[in-house]
Write a protein that binds this ligand. Sequence first.
Ligand code: RTP
Ligand code: MG
Length: 148
Amino acid sequence: MERTFLMVKPDGVQRNLIGKIIERFEQKGFQLIGAKFMHISNELAQNHYQEHVEKPFFTELVDFITSGPVFAMVWQGEDVIAKSRLMMGKTNPMEAMPGTIRGDFATVKSKNVIHGSDGAESAAREIALFFKEEELITYQKNIAAWVN
Ligand code: RTP
Ligand code: MG
């Protein structure tokens, strides 16, 4: 089953959006298989955003993502990478549609609440950067056993 790396960025944590964001992915039907509330080190930030190292906004991006705690997660499901990107909305909140996470919660591009892997390669790379394999919990849902 496909996996992706999602992260509530420091602005999302400060604005108490962790629960609302988790709720959307739970409601959609994806399965949470790993989670970590953490501070990102400068080294990890540079590594995570290595594709942007030459961009003019790189320093600002690293400073922002290390400015406060983040909530890092791994989610699993069919086509979870592309579907999560749809649920997140466009990078620039000016272009993010209402109903998407960024469309509903974010106001500026530099503080856009959530990160999500943009492809299979980045998902594998980012999951391995943030989680050890033994920190990922795969399990069967058996809702019938927990009601009535
Ligand atoms: P992310 O990696 O954080 O999930 O965002 P994304 O794929 O939608 O966008 P990406 O192109 O990977 O850019 C990473 C983050 O850098 C900031 N950014 N600032 N000032 C700018 O022009 C600019 N462009 C990008 C955004 O915060 C974006 O989420
Ligand atoms: Mg990106």
